[in-house]
Design a protein. Structure first.
Length: 74
């Protein structure tokens, strides 16, 4: 980091299972996030409370671990 330039750094490579272009996932991620937040709000739950019974859509499986941790899904 020090003694170098960010302009000389290599761009990170995509992780397995996640394509280089993630723009195709934007609408699905936004809809999923909104659904989880609405469920918690409707049940009077704090956002950091675990929520059981939420399935990750097949189109978002590459992000399953991240979504479960982010939303505290059981």
């Amino acid at each position: 980091m020090y003694g170098g330039s960010v302009h000389a750094e290599r761009f990170p490579m995509p992780r397995d299972g996640i394509p280089a272009s993630r723009a195709d996932f934007t609408d699905g991620l936004l809809a999923f996030n909104a659904d989880v937040w609405k469920r918690k709000r409707d049940q009077g739950l704090s956002l950091n409370v675990e929520l059981p019974g939420v399935d990750i859509p097949p189109s978002l499986k590459p992000f399953e671990g991240d979504l479960k941790r982010m939303h505290h899904l059981a």
